[in-house]
Structure formats: structure tokens, C-alpha cells
Design a protein around this ligand. Structure first.
Ligand code: GLU
Length: 429
């Protein structure tokens, strides 16, 4: 019988093809320097580790973990770790590349990386997940570090997992460097050096983008109806903040169920239910279950994909009735899906802009740690809001300049900054 770690084969999401096609298109339009284009079309470093862990039943399991470091021209590598059965080298590459564009667009002093472990975390106990995490950290060794590569939460990872990474990483180094080394990850719990507001930063950023979109297009968020795919950290917090703007959550989809209530779903109650139910939404009393295939076609104003990549495709894009798709996930819309949305006049706030609140929050956590300070949540959220607004306006302006859609324009802004850095600094030796 296949072991737990091997039982879920990696599904080819094709995200790498999507990110590369987006990159090539943007590089053509902006006439990116050919040398820089060559550099950015490859990942700098790709780490694959196989590591053993003893499970609660006494048996040994060998897991596969990844960390792909795409580019560090602007600063240390930065990006999340996901624990999921779709984690593979192609996906990690694509997601690392998206991080490079995201940090560049946000004006942060970071490069891009991504990684994770190929497993379904729901199949393991908390103790097993702790041992898996600690052993993965140990296997990554000095390939990560507070000034080299700084992981953070992503799909199915959370502050607790970041705390185990920080503790393992710093405990395996000289005690004299313990406190500096605790900052090897962001998204830590507050007591372990985390930042007030980092937990909600991505969803807060999605809504900051929607507020900027609403102002630009004269579409008040008050009274709008929205749907969310994925009810993890990003989905929940986006719903939380959109409700504060007067919008109504009418449907939520996750891997276990699709829930619908045209009168409105209470995100707080749904989050409490999901929390108590192994982070699954199925069985929630405040909405009816509906056919998952009908989800995208629901009559609404805003669609927030906040789960995995390649969800909006040619199969469902044509049925989307919303005015705007706010990409909380990374790579949720594939090339064909995007063409259909654009043709139908649906605005897309692209992932590298829309979900950048998370890594912006991470930057402030890192800075807070470096300065040995402790900041208030209000200050943090205001700083994230300002950065998002600046990036949003830059993307809108650049779209006008090049007569392109917002994704292309976001790429152009990100690539321009990287190009300038390479031009100014040159290539060693
Ligand atoms: N995983 C998040 C992302 O995809 C956050 C990354 C970070 O904070 O480094 O942007």
C-alpha cells in the first residue's frame, strides 16, 4: 500500500507555463533588456530535500520538501511555504517567480522564493506536523536565513508552523545568534516576534485594492454581493473586511463544499465553524449547499478566488457575471480564462498586486524585528494600506502608458524596477 506521503500524486497545475507566458508577453511589450530577460527567465537556486520523520504509530515516513529561490537582485529571497498535495517543483518555481514580481511591484527590498512540502496536512496529527516542520527546517539548513531567504505562511501553513521553524532554525545555530536567527521567518505568532496585523494582512490588502478599484471606477462597495473561493486565512479576512465596507458574502467554496445564501453568510460564524471542523466549511448551518459547478456563475459583483492556482479557466470564465475578480490566490486565472474575462469587460486585480498585503505585512514584521521594536496594529494596517494604494495607482498609470491590461502593467512596473537595478549594479565579475 502507498504510504501517506506518497498517496496523493502531484497534480500538474501548469502554473509555471502561465507565469512564463505572462513574463514573456510583458518583456516583449516593455522591451526588457535581453540580458536581464535571460537572467529573470531562470530560477537562481532549486532545493529539493527528502527527510525522514517518525509518525505517531512508530513508523518512519520520508517526505519531500522544496524551496525554489528565483531572484535576489532587490534583497533577500522572500515567500511562503505551503503544505499541500499539489506541491511540486514546477509549482514552487512558478510561485517563486510570482514572488519576485510581487516584492518588486510593492517596492520592497526583497527577491522571490517559494516552497513547501508535498503532503496533505489534514492526514497528520499536530505532533507529527511539528516533527515534519522541524525536520524540514533542519534539512533546509543554511539555505534559509534572516538575511538570505525568509519563508512565511502560505496555503495550509500558519503562525504555529512559523514558530516551529524559527525555534528549530535558531536552536541549531550558535546561541550568540539566537535572537537574530528567530527572524528567519515572518508570520510568527505575536509572542514569538510576530507583527500585530500580519494575520489579516493579505485579506486587508485585497480589500484595500478593492477600495482603490471602487474609487477609480465609481462602483461603491456598499451593497455589493461577493463570492469567495477558499476559506483559509485570505478568504476569511477578505470577507471580514469586505463586510465592513457594507458588502454581502453570498457564497463560499472550499474543497469540501460550496455554500450559498443570497441573504448573506456571516464570515465570523463560518470561520468558527470551519475552525472547529478541521478547517472545512461543510456542515455550516447558515447557508445551503449547492452544486460546486454553479459557483462561478452566481450572480454577484465581486469574485475573490482565494484558494489554489488555475481555477478560472476557459471552462468557467465565460459564466462569471461579476464586475471584478480580485485575485487573493496566486495564479488563480489561467491565460485562456483571463482572455475571456477581459473580453467580457470584467476587471481583474492581478494577484501580484491584489494579494501583496501579506508580503508587505511580512516586510514590516522583519523591520520590526530588526529594529527590536513593537508596533501597533493601527500603524501597521495604515502602512499596508498606503503601500497598496501606491502600487495600485502605479499599475493604473502604467496600463494607460502602455495601453495594456492591469496584469501586464503590474508586470511592467515590477520588471522595470528589476531592470534598473541590474543596469545600475552590473553583473559580477
Ligand atoms: N505566502 C504569501 C504570498 O504568497 C506571503 C509571502 C511572505 O509574506 O513572504 O505572498
Amino acid at each position: 500500500m502507498a504510504s501517506k506521503a506518497e498517496s496523493a500524486p502531484a497534480r500538474k497545475e501548469g502554473m509555471y507555463d502561465v507565469v512564463m507566458r505572462q513574463f514573456e508577453a510583458a518583456a516583449d511589450i516593455m522591451k526588457l533588456d535581453p540580458g536581464v530577460r535571460k537572467i529573470l527567465s531562470k530560477t537562481n537556486t532549486e532545493i529539493v530535500v527528502h527527510f525522514p520523520v517518525r509518525l505517531d504509530n512508530g513508523k518512519i515516513e520520508v517526505f519531500t520538501g522544496y524551496r525554489v529561490q528565483h531572484n535576489n537582485a532587490l534583497g533577500p529571497y522572500k515567500g511562503g511555504l505551503r503544505y499541500h498535495s499539489t506541491v511540486d517543483i514546477d509549482g514552487a518555481r512558478a510561485l517563486a517567480i510570482w514572488m519576485t514580481w510581487k516584492t518588486s511591484l510593492a517596492g520592497l527590498p526583497y527577491g522571490g522564493a517559494k516552497g513547501g512540502i508535498h503532503l496533505n496536512p489534514k492526514e497528520y496529527s499536530k505532533n507529527e506536523l511539528e516533527r515534519i516542520t522541524r525536520r524540514f527546517t533542519y534539512a533546509l539548513g543554511d539555505n534559509i536565513g534572516p538575511d538570505l531567504d525568509i519563508p512565511a505562511p502560505d496555503v495550509n501553513t500558519n503562525p504555529q508552523i512559523m514558530a516551529w521553524i524559527a525555534d528549530t532554525f535558531s536552536s541549531t545555530k550558535s546561541p550568540s545568534t539566537r535572537f537574530a536567527n528567530l527572524h528567519v521567518v515572518t508570520g510568527k505568532p505575536i509572542g514569538a516576534g510576530g507583527l500585530a496585523g500580519r494575520d489579516r494582512a493579505t485579506g486587508f490588502g485585497v480589500v484595500a485594492n478593492l477600495k482603490a478599484w471602487s474609487k477609480l471606477t465609481n462602483n461603491p462597495l456598499k451593497g455589493m454581493r461577493f463570492t469567495v473561493q477558499g476559506f483559509g486565512n485570505v478568504g476569511y479576512w477578505t470577507a471580514h473586511f469586505l463586510l465592513k465596507e457594507g458588502a454581502t458574502l453570498i457564497a463560499v467554496q472550499d474543497a469540501t463544499a460550496t455554500l450559498h445564501n443570497p441573504k448573506g453568510i456571516d464570515p465570523e460564524a463560518l470561520n468558527a465553524h470551519s475552525e472547529a471542523n478541521g478547517r472545512n466549511i461543510q456542515g455550516f448551518k447558515g447557508a445551503a449547499e449547492m452544486d460546486p459547478k454553479e459557483f462561478w456563475a452566481l450572480d454577484c459583483d465581486i469574485v475573490v478566488p482565494a484558494a489554489l492556482g488555475n481555477q478560472i479557466t476557459e471552462e468557467n470564465a465565460g459564466s462569471i457575471k461579476a464586475k471584478v475578480v480580485a485575485e487573493g490566490a496566486n495564479g488563480p486565472t489561467d491565460i485562456q480564462g483571463e482572455q475571456i474575462l477581459l473580453k467580457n469587460g470584467v476587471h481583474i486585480i492581478p494577484d501580484i498586486l491584489c494579494n501583496s498585503g501579506g508580503v508587505i505585512g511580512s516586510y514590516y514584521e522583519w523591520l520590526q524585528n530588526k529594529r527590536a521594536e513593537i508596533w501597533k496594529i493601527e500603524e501597521v494596517l495604515e502602512m499596508i494600506h498606503d503601500k497598496i494604494e501606491t502600487s495600485f495607482n502605479q499599475v493604473v498609470e502604467t496600463a494607460k502608458e502602455f495601453k495594456v491590461d492591469w496584469r501586464m502593467s503590474a508586470y511592467i512596473v515590477a520588471l522595470r524596477r528589476l531592470e534598473t537595478t541590474y543596469m545600475e549594479r552590473g553583473i559580477f565579475p
